[in-house]
Design a protein around this ligand. Structure first.
Ligand code: HEC
Length: 125
């Protein structure tokens, strides 16, 4: 029995399997996001679709829409959107492609910037 149990863990535990951080989706838990860095990364990687003031364009929705408040789109959905892209489901803008070249820390900065702008626009959290 013991052998079976150990065998089971060996099968699934490859040293990275249970560690989200190593999957490079999320930053270190102690990471403190930098809003101004987030703003500049937003402008260089997200703005062309989500708009200069986060109000959207012809190719992407406004991130200041109530749909994107924290309780409906938690931070995790931002990390996934950047890492894997998004299939069109809420709107008719088409799919969002995956965005390469951003570390989880930079995504965390962008999220902090977006959340700040949502707050300033009185989007409920
Ligand atoms: C090429 C255009 C494009 C770019 C660039 C882009 N997006 Fe998007 N994004 C979209 C579209 C289109 C959707 C809406 C998909 C739908 O729900 O129909 C979307 C949806 C999202 C969502 C919602 C995900 C969900 O789970 O519904 C988030 C969060 C998001 N984008 C964040 C970002 C961030 C952060 C960046 C920059 C790092 C970015 N996007 C860059 C087009 C883009």
């Amino acid at each position: 029995m013991a052998v079976l149990v150990i065998g089971f863990f060996a099968l699934f535990y490859d040293g990275t399997g249970f560690d989200l951080k190593k999957s490079k989706l999320l930053p270190d838990l102690n990471y403190k996001p930098d809003i101004s860095q987030g703003k500049s990364k937003y402008q260089s990687t997200c703005m062309k679709c989500h708009g200069k003031s986060l109000l959207g364009t012809e190719t992407g929705p406004s991130l200041l829409d109530n749909t994107y408040r924290t309780s409906h789109h938690a931070d995790l959905s931002f990390y996934y959107a950047v890492k894997s892209g998004v299939r069109q489901h809420h709107w008719k803008f088409g799919d969002m492609p995956m965005i390469t070249g951003l570390s989880p820390e930079r995504v965390s900065d962008i999220i902090a910037y977006v959340r700040q702008q949502q707050k300033l626009s009185n989007i409920q959290q």
